[in-house]
Design a protein around this ligand. Sequence first.
Ligand SMILES: [Fe+2]
Length: 409
Amino acid sequence: MTCKIDRRTRHDSQTHTLSPEAFFGGAFGLLVARHGCLIAQAIERLGAPPLAIEIEGAAWTIAIAHQGSSVTCQPGAIEGALVVTLTAQQFSELVQNQITFNGFLVARSLPFRGGSLADVSIWDSIWICLLEGWPVVGDAITFKDRSGAPLNLAQVFTPADDAEDIRHFLAEAGYLHLRGWLDSSDMVEISAEMDEALPRAIEGDGKSWWAQIDDGTRRCVRIQHFEAQSPTTTRILASRRWAEMVSLIACDDTLTSGQYVEALVKPVGVIAGPSDVSFHRDCHLGRHAYLCARRTVGIALTPTGGGNGSLRVIAGSHRLVMPVEIAKKAPYLPVVAVATEPGDLTIHLSCTLHDSTPPRVSERRVLYVEVPLAPRHGATETGRSAEELLREQVTSIHREIAQAPEGPI
Ligand SMILES: [Fe+2]
């Protein structure tokens, strides 16, 4: 059985300026012919209002039609619609999935009226469904193991487990919990290297994130590009054991070996700032169709769970593009808390919803390592720079304001 998780449908080399007239007069009809049924199902199930998009003096409204079996677009903004206002440039980026409504919200560049934040979030998901055919809601999401029995969503895999079972779990659930790949004594070394790196971080240095603690202090909660300051991390990423793990989680895709390590410190008592982030996809700001499904590997340096918070994932959320505002309040797929020991690995897909719950008892520490898909054969991949631009835009917001909006962990 093939097990490809590569969901890329677009190349950066194909992007161009696309006007609303060209989109609604052309590609929109083709996309609705393919995905209109899924969109109508999402609108009805989630109670979404029509969406009106205002662009530099003109407007278009997307609303349910054909006895609830599809949608249509009409000129102007109709009564009762959620109205969002975009520039022509923003619209061109939106329809090519360079950025999403969520991305505009995080960047504080999406005026809207006639609806709530939840309505924008629902349309954020519906828009991805329109472009990529990723269903928003579904009747029959099931979790089965390779024999067809119910999948144990809390399963912890070790190197003794069957590799095909592990790959099947990742494809089915969108995440993994691995134990036994790394030496826990290396976690002590990495934590000591964090202790050395933290005093070198300066708020505003462009390389660290900071949070406000309830004792009045400010603490560095994230060091970006930690690999440059951690010989132990560099050794692990260059090891044969790591390469074998990457090969395992690649399934039938080809991955790079891993890059861009972030070291996260999660103190007790954070009252403001980007320490623990609520449910999101790592692609929810944009570029799903260019990058997914990248794997993110968490390396637990300290224990999690047991009342002290942990990473949580929403099982199967890479199969349904659940709106993040619904994920926070009323998720319609199972929420799984991943309780780890030092040296454990967590793997989540960039399109799997995840969050982090705050520590209550003692400080937690974790590394996150991005493991992107290898560039496609024959493709001119300039996406790294485009992704970096988006990341920099978001991280600048995280760094510069005390109460940051939500972005990638
Ligand atoms: Fe994340």
